[in-house]
Design a protein around this ligand. Structure first.
Ligand code: IFM
Length: 443
């Protein structure tokens, strides 16, 4: 290994990321209302082996031991999300003070241990009560979300400095409202475009609300972002297909935020979003964030696909190519994170980039009580080396968070993919530090 944490400088933020539904469990405890994931995961055949997040890592009851473990692993920053329906069971209206207490305990204990809390406001678990009114496809979501943001900042903003508005809007709108493979399981272009426009409005409005209530907070929002290449560089059709997929997967949410509007020139079908746009929306979509969260795992190769509806392009899976890949069938491609950082850095208006997620799921095996996850160690070393290269090349990258602290509920894939630095035995809730966790704590 050719670097240590010191090479990144004292101000560089090292951390781990998690999300409420993936770890907390206690799905109906102490007045929590149901979220779209509570409901979706009860539907048959939606999730690998019909798993659900009812118990997950039971972090709701184990957070103190888990944060102590994080402290022992020398992890100074913890990114986590707030379950909207835990603090507002109906999405708006009455506050559940037991839910507020839970996050107060988590925040206070983090601070006591010297761990900086970084909060994501929305990591995919919309209150079911709001889904019954159309969820993200209903423009009222901008008001509902504003109410939630206001409630979070008023309760926690005095102790939490770092806030992220949304987690990967392209994934929750694409998988949840176009493909129907994530909650709430809706499909179709109209649902997707409506949900996307409202999410884009919320990402900017959320930023404005945070800053207006606490000008001392640092505000960002996160984007999934994969380096994209044509499958055959010499084939003009593949080159054009790659441009379209890049517009959809990488540019659709960051560009309106930066005041550039939706990338309709490179993906004509996006013009249909216009029917959800009201006068003056373009201005409302823009907001100057203090930082942008990059969530990068892989690169995508794209080929022309004349039969693919709307986009005429498809992603060639890693398993169809002769490349190293993870349990998610994502190619291991460390230079991709450098390319993603470089590209985001090139936008005017991006002040700082934090890698808010990067990591890998591999088959983890115990041998004599030791979990030697050498593939994950190498993955992290190779990706972090690229982050260092980017920093040395003048790219404004200010932090790196591993996805994720401990094995947890991986959405439609259930508990099968394990991304953690810490192994969780879901039958006993026993935590075991993997070699990657040991490495991350000392390098
Ligand atoms: O588990 C997810 C997380 O919730 C969002 N980003 C990608 C991770 C791995 O799939």
């Amino acid at each position: 290994m050719l670097f240590t944490r010191n090479d990144f400088g004292e101000d560089f933020k090292w951390g781990v990321s998690t999300a409420a539904y993936q770890i907390e469990g206690a799905h109906n405890a102490d007045g929590k209302g149901p979220s779209i994931w509570d409901v979706f995961s009860q539907r048959k055949k939606k999730i690998f082996n019909n798993h659900n997040g009812n118990i997950a890592c039971d972090y709701y009851h184990h957070y103190a031991e888990d944060l102590a473990l994080m402290y022992n692993l020398n992890i100074p920053n913890h990114r986590f999300s707030i379950s909207w329906s835990r603090i507002l069971p109906n999405g708006i209206g009455a506050v559940n003070y037991k839910g507020i207490d839970f996050y107060n305990h988590v925040i206070d204990f983090c601070l006591e241990l010297g761990i900086e809390p970084w909060i994501t406001l929305y990591h995919w678990d919309l209150p079911q009560a709001l889904q019954q009114k159309g969820g993200w496809t209903n423009r009222d979501v901008v008001n509902w979300f504003s109410y939630f943001v206001d409630c979070c900042i008023k309760n926690f903003g005095n102790r939490v400095k770092y806030w992220m508005v949304l987690n990967e809007p392209m994934v929750f709108t694409g998988a949840g409202y176009f493909l129907g493979v994530h909650a709430p399981g809706k499909k179709g272009l109209s649902n997707f475009l409506a949900a996307s426009h409202h999410a884009a409005l919320c990402q900017a409005e959320g930023g404005r609300i945070i800053k207006s209530l606490r000008s001392d907070c640092k505000v960002g929002t996160t984007f999934s972002y994969s380096h994209i290449e044509p499958f055959r560089h010499y084939d003009e059709k593949d080159v054009n297909a790659a441009v379209k997929v890049d517009a959809l997967l990488n540019r659709m949410f960051i560009e309106p935020l930066l005041g550039l509007g939706y990338p309709t020139k490179d993906l004509k079908i996006l013009e249909r979003i216009e029917r959800f746009i009201y006068p003056h929306d373009e201005k409302k979509l823009a907001f100057e964030m203090d930082f942008v969260g990059l969530q990068n795992y892989t690169r995508e190769l794209v080929s022309h696909a004349p039969l693919m509806p709307f986009i005429r392009a498809k992603i060639i899976k890693a398993s169809k190519r002769d490349v190293d890949r993870t349990v998610m069938d994502w190619e291991v491609y460390p230079p991709g994170i450098y390319e993603a950082l470089k590209r985001i850095n090139a936008y005017d208006g991006v002040k700082e980039i934090i890698v808010t997620e990067n990591g890998a799921a591999f088959e983890d095996l115990f041998e004599d009580g030791i979990l030697d996850d050498h593939k994950r160690v190498k993955f992290l070393q190779d990706y972090i080396a690229q982050v260092l290269l980017a920093k040395r090349d003048g790219i404004k990258v200010g932090g790196y968070f591993v996805w994720t602290f401990f094995d947890n509920f991986e959405w439609a894939e259930g508990y099968h993919p394990r991304f953690g630095l810490v192994h969780v035995d879901f039958a006993t809730q026993r935590r075991t530090i993997k070699n990657s966790g040991r490495w991350y704590s000392v390098f």
